[in-house]
Design a protein around this ligand. Sequence first.
Ligand SMILES: [Zn+2]
Length: 282
Amino acid sequence: MTDVKGKPCIICVAITGSLPTKANNPAVPITVSEQVESTHEAFEAGATIAHCHVRDDEGKPTSDPERFARLKEGLKMHCPGMIVQFSTGGRSGAGQARGGMLPLRPDMASLSVGSNNFPTRVYENPPDLVDWLASEMLNYGVKPEVEAFDLSHILKAKEMQQKGQLAGTPYVQFVMGVKNAMPADRDVFDYYIRTVERLFGKDAPWCAAGIGPAQIILNDWSVSSGGHARTGLEDNVRLDRDRLAPSNAALVARVVDLCQKYERPVADWRQARQILGLAPPR
Ligand SMILES: [Zn+2]
């Protein structure tokens, strides 16, 4: 564990997602102005990547590029330097609509490279759509974050890198704790890390996200193992069984505490951009 000491840790905050509602937790930001305010608090608490979904006037997930544009502008103004990552996940639209906001050139976008089960449905990522999303990201200079819901998704990222579909070293995020997909399993987690190191090099950065009660577990495993960490109300609306999280910033603060525990500085936005090979803010 000593080798992770002093290594900056990037904190990503997934502010809204597609599923949580005000009924689940009133702190979930739904409108663009709520999203900007919640992200600003999280940024001040130490988050340097904002993982973003947008909602329509009824609070339902949408891929509407106009909303994404407003959110991006708001974040640029109120969180200067912060890395903006748009979701191209499958709950907010179908087919190529999922990538309709990529021409806005966010710093990053999530990219699922394979299919798996979700709690009540199949999370469909057919090969032709994956190829198209990756090519749009290349066209617009958007760095993908590869969402690994399964081991095969890490190997798929390697194949895509070799074929020139992904620029540079892929940034892989392990996702655990989604019902009917990969649970939070320590042996699998360790094998994921070994696989990333084997395929992309010892220094390749990686991240992990846990859903629901797995969030804090994955935060602990990531920070203590030298990875980067994702938190936020998208993945989990509670501090513990009895208490709702009062804000995205409160969830970020839990990761900051873990960074202190394991003697890792929280990466500022300049360090985060450097670690991820991103250009200066745009
Ligand atoms: Zn998301």
